[in-house]
Write a protein that binds this ligand. Structure first.
Ligand SMILES: Nc1ncnc2c1ncn2[C@@H]1O[C@H](COP(=O)(O)OP(=O)(O)OP(=O)(O)O)[C@@H](O)[C@H]1O
Ligand SMILES: [Mg+2]
Length: 337
């Protein structure tokens, strides 16, 4: 390790696929013993970054170290220090959970006895004992992902790369996977987690890098990011345009750190708030007092889309211009326009 507490360090990573710059000067620094979120929309370059850092693909430029080892020059040593859970699960559905883990143990040259022992430990750790001897094909999404996590932990790696570990899972299964990840970190593993969900980064990560078109466009704590975006918002939808001014007044009473904004097309008024529940009831009370019918009222946490819009001026689903002009990545201190 490099002594400064960073276990993953990347500088100016470049990766091209034909004309496409999958990574275009990507920087990253992950502190030891933390979960670091890599947040970005489809095609941003998350998987490419993970594949370079885990030595599965070669970089075209820049440099990166993992656990103090250079990914380009010492790939084998790097591989012995990391675990990787890919975007698509790698387990064999015909085998049981236990057989899957034992097979991975054998692949990692543990020997039959140690492979069995390690499988049993991991089944316990990931709360899969009850289903251990059932075919993995019958596992729920959350169980599968936990088995996948367990498989990547066979050698108790220093750094674990998790590529979208909960995409496609129902809320309950996501919760199970999050709990398993927290446990790993409590036991000393450093995790780099890619995700398209701000909420997931929120639940797990102490620091977040936002990636867009192959570059880091923000690197901040969650609170820092939320401050730029404005944090939680209260939102009211009224029935008629004539009611918008009332909604604006109501929301202005509780708005914190920003003016209320109105979306005339959707008859929606919203503003950042701090006291979530207090603000909500205050707005409801005010509108009721003036007899203004409310179509919908609620609290909304910022999404990746909100963060993205603030940082880039684009929505996540909007395609970037094909040959985009040189794009100045906003500096860490003041990205919000
Ligand atoms: N093997 C490849 N060949 C050609 N283009 C690729 C390849 N891998 C990635 N790309 C392109 O590089 C860009 C970044 O892809 P990457 O898979 O890293 O994105 P991602 O952030 O992981 O997206 P997702 O959220 O969809 O998983 C995309 O435009 C993708 O089409
Ligand atoms: Mg991906």
């Amino acid at each position: 390790m490099s002594g400064d507490g960073y276990v993953v360090e990347a500088e100016g990573l470049e990766k091209r696929y034909g004309d496409k710059r999958a990574l275009d000067g990507f920087d990253l620094a992950v502190r030891e013993g933390t979960v670091h979120g890599l947040l970005g929309p489809n095609g941003a370059g998350k998987t490419t970054a993970v594949r370079i850092l885990s030595t599965l693909v070669r970089l075209d430029g820049g440099r990166a170290t993992v656990a103090g080892l250079d990914v380009a020059r010492q790939p084998r040593q790097v591989r012995s220090r990391i675990g990787l859970t890919g975007q698509y699960a790698a387990i064999d559905e015909i085998l049981t959970g236990r057989q899957n883990l034992e097979m991975f143990g054998r692949l990692f040259h543990l020997g039959r006895k140690r492979a069995k022992l390690r499988a049993a430990q991991l089944l316990r750790q990931f709360d899969l004992e009850a289903a251990a001897d059932k075919g993995a094909g019958g596992y729920s999404g959350g169980m599968r992902r936990r088995l996948d996590l367990a498989a990547s932990m066979i050698l108790a790696p220093a750094v674990l790369f998790l590529d979208e570990p909960t995409t496609g899972l129902d809320p309950r299964s996501r919760g199970e996977v999050w709990e398993a990840v927290r446990q790993l970190v409590a036991d000393g593993t450093t995790v780099l987690l890619t995700t398209q969900y701000l909420e997931e980064a929120d639940r797990l990560a102490s620091r977040i890098t936002v990636i867009d078109q192959g570059r880091a466009i923000a690197d901040d704590t969650l609170d820092g990011l939320k401050n730029r975006v404005g944090g939680d918002r209260v939102e009211v939808v009224v029935r008629e345009p004539a009611h918008i001014p009332y909604a604006l007044q109501a929301v202005a009473r509780v708005a914190h750190g920003g003016q209320p904004e109105a979306d005339m097309g959707e008859l929606r008024v919203h503003a950042p708030v701090v006291d979530r529940v207090g603000s909500l009831s205050e707005v409801a009370r005010y509108l009721q007092h003036y007899g203004i019918p409310v179509e919908d009222i609620g609290l909304r946490r910022p999404s990746l889309d909100d963060v993205f819009l603030r940082l880039t001026g684009r929505r996540t689903e909007e395609e970037p211009a094909d040959q985009e002009p040189e794009f100045e990545a906003p500096a860490a201190e003041g990205a919000a326009a």
